[in-house]
Design a protein around this ligand. Sequence first.
Ligand SMILES: Nc1ncnc2c1ncn2[C@@H]1O[C@H](COP(=O)(O)OP(=O)(O)OP(=O)(O)O)[C@@H](O)[C@H]1O
Ligand SMILES: [Mg+2]
Length: 241
Amino acid sequence: MSEKNIALEIKNLKVSYGAIQALKGIDLTVYEGDVVAILGANGAGKTTTLKKISGIIDGEDGFIKLYGQDITKMEPEKIARLGISMSPEGRAVFKDLTVEENLKAGAFTMKDREKIRKNFERVYRYFPVLEERKNQVSSTLSGGEQQMLAIGRALMSSPKVLLLDEPSLGLAPLIVQDIMKIVKEIKEEGTTVVIVEQNAAQTLKIADYGYVIELGKVSTHGKASVLADDPKLVEAYLGKH
Ligand SMILES: Nc1ncnc2c1ncn2[C@@H]1O[C@H](COP(=O)(O)OP(=O)(O)OP(=O)(O)O)[C@@H](O)[C@H]1O
Ligand SMILES: [Mg+2]
């Protein structure tokens, strides 16, 4: 068996918002090429974990390493340049910009025009509807299309590690399936993915490994296939089959 590289290593991560400690010491290991799911109830600390990895909020303790390099206290722009890119919660695209302008903005770390062209191709291959609507102002896209744009924009910087915060939130079941299929394709093309989802059952089907966060701590972790069969988890997060 070949040894996998560790893409992201997180140890004892603690983050507070004023008096509220949202992360109380999170440990998380993401192997290169995997899809890792982060599951948990509302307010558990999932978004906070992704935001801290991207560098857009500060932590109090612990460390984050990307391929062995300590990024814990780096500026978000530097972290983006090193290869971490996030599709934020809630379809956060630039609403006044067109689809194409949003995607271009996602390539802000890239200088190589040829690579940018290839990334446009890649995004339009995953989401043909975005190419059809490339000149459309993003505020006029449907919710699902905006979600696709948020993911597409995050891919424009050729990330090593793609962070997805609830990509399926509020989408119709068929579109959720499409998004999950595309996440799998993104992985198969070599991008490591960390995905936060409420839609636990479907996410565990495409994930390699999963973490459950409860009140700012990891309560359970394991292979996705094992978590999907854990009766306690099924009851708490996965709903009835
Ligand atoms: N900017 C903030 N100021 C104060 N408290 C915050 C802030 N952002 C998050 N929190 C608190 O931190 C905790 C974790 O929030 P977080 O957004 O990480 O949860 P989550 O797991 O992503 O939840 P959800 O599933 O609802 O998106 C919550 O108790 C939340 O109220
Ligand atoms: Mg969240």
